[in-house]
Design a protein around this ligand. Structure first.
Ligand SMILES: Cc1cc2nc3c(=O)[nH]c(=O)nc-3n(C[C@H](O)[C@H](O)[C@H](O)COP(=O)(O)OP(=O)(O)OC[C@H]3O[C@@H](n4cnc5c(N)ncnc54)[C@H](O)[C@@H]3O)c2cc1C
Length: 382
């Protein structure tokens, strides 16, 4: 079905990005997955072509376009399985903290580099002892004159190795009541004394992503690196999460469409009992059901994209989309793998990687259980 959320201009942009990605990204994916991270040069190529600033202000080198341009890049990257390059993490999850809450001085200093690809961003919330219960973080940033002194550790941080500028979530007032009022966001550059990048973690899926540990030991940063106001960190995080979760849903649906397309091809070619797998009623019904759900998910996400671009508060609906699309992605990958038989379990068939990669979608950016808590609260259920 033709999707009407994107204009003709958006679709021309999609063609332009596809041409770039076909040449500059697709041939490198296997190498990135083997290396455990992408190369910097490709990020800079993305920047040079203007793909990192589509949705960023012109004042800092961006194109001032809407979020739909970035959604197109997310879809194309997910379709290609270029998960190693965490475009949405950088451009649509992290850079918005700087853009929306940064001082003019902070923006002038870092935004241009974010758009050229010279500065890659990350966000460090999760700690070994706490993930979902963010208000319980233990990392501290205690003011000492014109500096904050950061102590603590983070884990599971995407861009943990390749990142240059980290939004670190820390307690500037560890005794605040309620505890979330003591949370602030601080900008910490790689290479700052006392800030160490730890292990790149070995994961079930997403082999090309550099999910890592981070350590802060008497790490001193100037107070001018505080993002927004002290004690407002939790509120700022909540404000940006709508776009983060919508980005996950966008990628999820594109991954569903790709797994489905590959499986449709496979069942037409593979024969059993003298006929293509596609001729079995079970294959037909399974794929008919999954294709139906993929259409439903796409329609819902498109509607949310339009609402988000209008500036509507769709936190409840985005939370719904985050859990529903990622659950679908996991189920769909499992069903499609089953339809591939033993080949689905072999690494040379991308469906095996899809299955492993899908597992985390219901965990990060707020687990699906946390999404249901948000929805329940907004339904007035406590
Ligand atoms: C590949 C990867 C990349 C990541 N990237 C980043 C990143 O860049 N930055 C970052 O800060 N973090 C990142 N994370 C961390 C991620 O956001 C957390 O793993 C996630 O928020 C869950 O936290 P946790 O792992 O501590 O699980 P826990 O919070 O311990 O949860 C364990 C289980 O308990 C459930 N649970 C917890 N509380 C409740 C509740 N109140 N009600 C019902 N169920 C509940 C959860 O849903 C889950 O099923 C990443 C994680 C992974 C795996």
């Amino acid at each position: 079905m033709r999707r009407d959320v994107f204009t003709e201009e958006h679709e021309l942009f999609r063609e332009q990005f596809r041409r770039f990605a076909h040449k500059e990204i697709e041939p490198k994916i296997a190498g990135w997955n083997a290396a455990g991270m992408p190369d910097r040069e490709t990020w800079r190529r993305m920047g040079a072509e203007g793909f990192l600033g589509c949705n960023q202000p012109e004042a800092y080198g961006g194109a001032g376009g809407d979020f739909l341009y970035d959604a197109i890049i997310m879809e194309e990257m997910a379709w290609m399985r270029a998960h190693a390059m965490m475009f949405s993490l950088h451009a649509d999850i992290c850079v918005p903290y700087l853009r929306d809450f940064g001082s003019e001085e902070q923006k002038r200093r870092w935004m241009p580099g974010c758009i050229t690809g010279d500065v890659l961003m990350a966000v460090a919330m999760t700690e070994p002892g706490t993930g979902s219960d963010l208000a319980n973080i233990q990392t501290r940033a205690i003011r000492d004159g014109d500096e904050y002194v950061i102590d603590g550790s983070k884990t599971f941080i995407s861009h943990g190795q390749i990142g240059d500028l980290f939004v670190v979530v820390a307690k500037t007032d560890p005794d605040a009541k309620p505890p979330h009022r003591g949370i602030s966001l601080l900008l910490v550059e790689a290479g700052t004394p006392g800030f160490t990048k730890g292990r790149k973690l070995d994961k079930l899926g997403l082999p090309g992503q550099d999910t890592s540990e981070l350590f802060f030991e008497s790490c001193r940063i100037p107070v001018s690196n505080l993002l927004g106001e002290e004690g407002q960190g939790f509120r700022m995080l909540m404000q940006e999460l709508q776009q983060e979760r919508l980005s996950i849903a966008v990628g999820s649906m594109a991954s569903c469409r790709r797994a489905l397309a590959d499986t449709l091809d496979y069942v037409k070619q593979r024969k059993a009992f003298g006929q293509p797998l596609a001729a079995f009623q079970n294959t037909q019904f399974k794929l008919a059901e999954l294709a139906t759900e993929a259409e439903i998910g796409t329609a819902f996400v498109d509607r949310l994209l339009a609402a988000h671009v209008r500036g509507d508060d769709v936190v409840t609906e985005v939370s719904m989309a985050k859990w529903w699309t990622t659950d679908l992605q996991k189920r769909l990958a499992a069903e499609c793998l089953q339809l591939h038989g033993g080949y689905g379990f072999m690494r040379e068939y991308p469906i095996s990687q899809d299955y492993a990669d899908a597992a985390v979608q219901s965990i990060y950016a707020g687990t699906n259980e946390i999404m249901k808590r948000i929805i329940a609260t907004r339904l007035g259920l406590g």
